[in-house]
Design a protein around this ligand. Structure first.
Ligand code: FVH
Length: 289
């Protein structure tokens, strides 16, 4: 397979290398650069052109993709490059504020800018059935112009002209994942020293979390309507009463409740403010400064 489309990719860490391989396999004319040059050698053998400097790599293609460690490494790598007339797609994880500043910075140097938030780990790249995808935000023209190219490694989801929105979606989902894994850690800690097969327990956790997650649309509706009692199935008063059992069980099992405590404290504050008939959506009000 071969095509005439040129791409430059800056950054050959685990993710950058996985991205590179999909474009090479699809026949793109790929130029790569990495700070540690040795990491580019396997890709040279697979057909990539290897640039000696980031500036040289940028000069090779109109589409420049960066997949580096963090925002500071993007600035450092591109410091000496001529970005005039380039389309810069930044797949480096950062904050919404960093993405917006990077968009202004790129515009100031004559480039169009698209930010990306990768919702996949490297083994999911190039595997369409993995469910991985990348959030994109910023220039709609850049997204439309390179839509097919960007869809080669994994799925794409454009979430708006605000360059910060891809990072915001990315970080929101990652934050939810952290909370979920905090609960999972606590659950495994409760059962691990009992005569319970952890391999049998894991799918029970998966099933329960999946079933509970189907309620998220109700939370969104409550937030949008302002009526936090709408569609409530398990009210806050009942849940706070139930927390005592969760805490006592943790104590009986010799497990610290430190992962649960912050959430339970917020539930109690909302209940004390007279919202026992709601679910837990009111906690979002307590979190929002
Ligand atoms: N890997 C993952 O699971 C996650 C999945 C979700 C998205 N993230 C983000 O993707 C970005 C790249 O991640 P990565 O997995 O490729 O990360 P590393 O393997 O650690 O490679 C880092 C690359 O960045 C280069 N680099 C670091 N600092 C600098 C610098 N100051 N100047 C130039 N390049 C720099 C590093 O080069 P080297 O160490 O090989 O010389 C690698 O190419 C990232 O934002 C994740 O959050 C991945």
């Amino acid at each position: 397979m071969d095509n005439d489309i040129r791409i430059t990719l800056l950054g050959l860490g685990d993710m950058g290398t996985a991205l590179a391989r999909t474009w090479l396999a699809a026949g793109y004319r790929l130029t790569v650069w990495n700070r540690t040059a040795a990491k580019a050698e396997p890709l040279r053998a697979e057909g990539a052109a290897v640039a000696a400097t980031a500036a040289e790599a940028v000069a090779a293609s109109d589409l420049v993709v960066a997949c580096l460690l963090d925002d500071a490494s993007v600035e450092e790598s591109l410091a000496g490059a001529d970005l005039a007339g380039k389309d810069l797609v930044n797949l480096t994880t950062g904050t919404p504020g960093q993405a917006r500043s990077r968009a202004d910075w790129a515009r100031g140097r004559g480039a169009r800018f698209l930010d990306g938030g990768i919702m996949a780990v490297p083994p999911m790249i190039g595997v369409p059935e993995s469910g991985g995808y990348i959030f994109y935000s910023g220039s709609r023209e850049v997204f439309d112009a390179h839509r097919e190219t960007l869809a080669v490694p994994t799925g794409t989801s454009y979430v708006g002209e605000d360059a910060g929105f891809a990072a915001l979606h990315d970080v929101a989902l990652l934050s939810a994942m952290n909370g979920m894994f905090a609960g999972v850690c606590h659950a495994f800690a409760l059962v691990r020293n009992e005569d319970i097969s952890l391999k049998d327990f894991a799918p029970l956790l998966t099933g329960w979390i999946t079933a509970m997650a189907s309620n998220l649309g109700v939370v969104a509706e409550q937030l949008e309507s302002g009526d936090y009692t709408k569609g409530v199935v398990s009210n806050l008063a009942m849940q706070v009463a139930g927390n005592a059992t969760l805490l006592r069980t943790a104590d009986e099992q010799g497990v610290s409740a430190e992962l649960l405590a912050p959430y339970m404290n917020l539930m109690e504050r909302r209940l004390a403010a007279g919202h026992g008939e709601e679910g837990t959506t009111g906690i979002i009000d307590l979190l929002t400064r």
